[in-house]
Write a protein that binds this ligand. Structure first.
Ligand SMILES: *Cc1c(COP(=O)(O)O)cnc(C)c1O
Length: 303
């Protein structure tokens, strides 16, 4: 990142985010568990979305671009974070939203509308074209000069902003493992590359938030240099699929939040810590390992 300071100050980002020890509701089974609290970076801009968007925001600021287009579902933390940033920076945002929420805006879409974004609702079929070069060329034609940002803000411009969080960790090599959630895989890819660039011995493990074995690895690989050796993604903790909230997951989230250790919601951070609990219970890691979990934010999504 050439000059993140300007934006950091402008938005009042509280970096570095805190890192502290955590005890899970059913104990830690002899492991040392920690959390890096990117949920505390900003009250509105969701943690990893701030990390991912910095590159794009910086690009738009320095090149004087005043329009952008992006994509997401009706509950998207990405669109929400981007909408807030665009409002602050006087950038016109067109949000292409999957599904028709015209008659009943979600709380996130209400915020977006309030911040002046143009909401364009498209059906699933059209939404599936979100990465299609012809569709994007068409969009560029109808919205000249607009900066296109992919779903989740996950593209190569996102990598260095996310990887920078590793430099906030005082002793990265103290940790044996770093766990992060995986959805559009931008965060995971960025951390994988960041670990490698920093020669860290700490092992990254991705936790899939949705059913996507093979697909998520492909998404991550697309953002990384050819032949990059991808760290593992574990696919057995999606709890039924994206944003699915079975009772056991809700109960776990409630227990962890109410314990006062760390607040979580069921779509991302709750699943990540649920996975951590299952893995430690099963003694998945070598005895005595120090494990750091990245809390990526998203608590606004609990509305
Ligand atoms: C978007 C999001 C993720 C997923 O990150 P990807 O880079 O899309 O894999 C994780 N946690 C939260 C809170 C998010 O909003």
């Amino acid at each position: 990142m050439q000059d993140p300071t300007n934006l950091v100050n402008k938005f009042g980002i509280q970096a570095p985010s805190p890192l502290h020890a955590v005890t899970l509701p059913e104990g830690n089974h002899g492991y040392s568990l920690y959390v890096k609290r990117d949920d505390l970076l900003h009250p509105i801009i969701s943690g990893n979305k701030w990390r991912k968007l910095q590159g794009h925001l910086h690009k738009m600021q320095t090149s004087g671009m005043t329009k952008c287009i992006s994509f997401g579902g009706g509950f998207s933390n990405h669109l929400h974070a981007l909408g807030y940033c665009c409002k602050q920076l006087d950038i016109d945002l067109t949000a292409i939203v999957r599904g028709d929420y015209n008659h009943q805006l979600t709380p996130m879409l209400q915020d977006l509308a309030h911040w002046g974004a143009t909401l364009t609702f498209v059906d699933r079929k059209t939404y599936q074209l979100r990465d299609d070069p012809n569709y994007l060329a068409q969009l560029s034609k109808t919205h000249p000069e607009a900066n296109l940002i992919p779903e989740g803000g996950s593209d190569t411009l996102a990598l260095s902003g996310v990887a920078a969080l590793l430099d906030e960790i005082p002793n990265l090599d103290h940790f044996d493992y770093l766990l992060c959630p995986v959805a559009s895989a931008g965060t995971f890819a960025a951390l994988a590359k960041g670990m490698k660039d920093r020669n860290s011995r700490c092992q990254l493990i991705g936790i899939a938030m949705l059913k996507g074995e093979g697909y998520l690895e492909e998404l991550a690989s697309r953002l990384l240099p050819n032949g990059f050796n991808l760290p593992p993604i574990l696919h057995r903790f999606h709890c039924g699929g994206y944003a699915k909230k079975p009772d056991y997951l809700e109960a776990f989230c409630q227990a962890l939040t109410q314990s006062g250790e760390v607040p979580v919601e069921p779509v991302y951070s709750g699943k990540l810590f649920y996975a951590l609990q299952q893995l430690t219970q099963a003694k998945y890691f070598p005895r005595g390992s120090a494990i750091l979990a990245l809390h990526t934010g998203g608590l606004q999504g609990a509305r």
